[in-house]
Design a protein around this ligand. Structure first.
Ligand code: GLA
Length: 393
């Protein structure tokens, strides 16, 4: 792939390959812990082999020029006017990252960039976080070099700045999970992350005798961004009401299941009560999942995943027909021990745990039945956890 990308790069920008560098940052699949990150809760994502790749060369043009292997768009960002590109159809994520890094004191250098993305777009596998984090890593690497800083780029900082770009530049009030997973992923591990403190722990995700299957419903996350911000506001409102009983609770995650059951009547709006119930119980499910995996009890983990889906369907209401049908069909297959939607919802992907010897049947049957019931051609990826953002030397 690098060779093909390189010849594209040289076609577009000229010159030779000697001063072109490559950076990469992956998409993610969240195993469990959905819509908890912006509530200070727990998540459990893993980085995927699907990734955003950059070939890049420093220049002295005063511009960041952007191209992508799969798009006709060519974008030029003036590095002295980085606030001006919020409305770009493509390139706004990159501009947002450059803008935020500059505001945080990074020296943004001119460069020519070619993107090659293998994270399916709008599929809930964090294609945008992958684009942001690889951009942040590239620009921060150049900035450090310009300033003579030899320490490696702080990837947690890159995750935070990428999230900030998505919020202030692109208008999606997202949590930290996607950018953190893209920046900090580790081969064969998922990340148990506390989104309030950013304390984290790698948990081995090599599942003896089982595979992780990501199912793409191919239904794009149409309404996701506006509905996403709406869910976030509902959670904030629910929290305010629970604070009457627990004034010290600064986020929904700070409320235990028991406390929630005692005080949920304080949430007067029934919809907001259901949203909060999902978040409180989902945080608890993440903790139970880590215990189950640590104890080697994969079936228990699978059951928690399925319970997570049901809660996202009935309480948080972010699934929709395509995700529900795919999960339902997945769970009908013998050897599938857990299945759920992953990511923001409203379309996008599911994640399932499937016994090795059932994988083939699973893909065949679920594809067929999903197509029959929805008319959509699903797509399935056998996934393993990969490393987070880095330079490819
Ligand atoms: C999107 C957001 C994340 C997270 C998930 C839902 O992927 O970017 O921050 O909130 O939705 O868990």
């Amino acid at each position: 792939m690098k060779n093909e990308m390189m010849s594209r790069f040289l076609d577009i920008y000229g010159g030779d390959a000697s001063d072109v560098r490559m950076f990469v940052s992956p998409g993610r699949v969240n195993m469990i812990g959905e819509h908890t990150d912006y509530n200070g809760g727990f998540v459990f994502p893993a980085a995927l082999e699907h990734a955003s790749h950059i070939l890049v060369r420093k220049t002295d043009s005063g511009k960041i020029r952007l191209a992508a292997t799969d798009l006709p768009d060519r974008v030029e960002l003036d590095i002295n006017n980085l606030g001006a590109y919020k409305d770009l159809r493509w390139g706004n994520y990159q501009a947002g990252v450059a803008y935020v890094l500059q505001n945080h004191g990074y020296e943004i250098c001119s460069c020519d960039i070619l993107y090659h993305d293998t994270v399916p777009l709008g599929a809930g596998l964090s294609s945008s976080a992958a684009i942001e984090v690889v951009m942040a890593l590239t620009l921060a690497t150049f900035s450090n070099e310009a300033k003579g800083i030899t320490a490696p780029v702080d990837m947690i900082e890159m995750a935070k700045l990428s999230q900030e770009a998505e919020i202030i530049y692109c208008g999606v009030n997202c949590g930290i999970m996607d950018q953190f997973a893209s920046a900090m992923g580790k081969k064969d591990n998922a990340i148990f992350l506390d989104c309030k403190t950013l304390e984290f722990q790698y948990v081995p995700l090599v599942l003896n005798g089982y595979k992780i299957i990501v199912g793409n419903t191919k239904k794009k996350r149409g309404l996701a961004d506006s509905k996403y911000n709406e869910r976030r506001a509902e959670c904030e409102s629910a929290l305010k009401q629970l604070q009457i009983a627990y004034p010290e609770a600064d986020c929904l995650r700070a409320i235990s299941v028991e406390q929630f059951e005692e005080s949920k009547h304080l949430i007067t709006n029934e919809v907001e009560r259901r949203r909060a119930e999902h978040v409180v119980y989902e945080c608890d499910r993440v903790l139970k999942s880590i215990d189950a995996l640590t104890a080697g009890d994969l079936p228990a983990f699978g059951r928690l995943m399925t319970a997570s889906h049901i809660s996202l369907r009935d309480l948080y209401e972010v699934t929709g027909l395509n995700l529900d049908v795919m999960v339902e069909e997945s769970l009908k297959i013998e050897g599938c021990i857990g299945s759920r939607m992953t990511g923001a919802g409203f379309g996008g992907c599911t994640v399932s745990i499937v016994a090795d010897d059932a994988v083939e049947t699973f893909i065949q049957e679920v594809s067929k039945n999903y197509k029959e019931r929805t008319g959509f051609d699903g797509e399935f990826y056998i996934s393993s956890a990969c490393d987070g953002g880095h330079e490819v030397k």
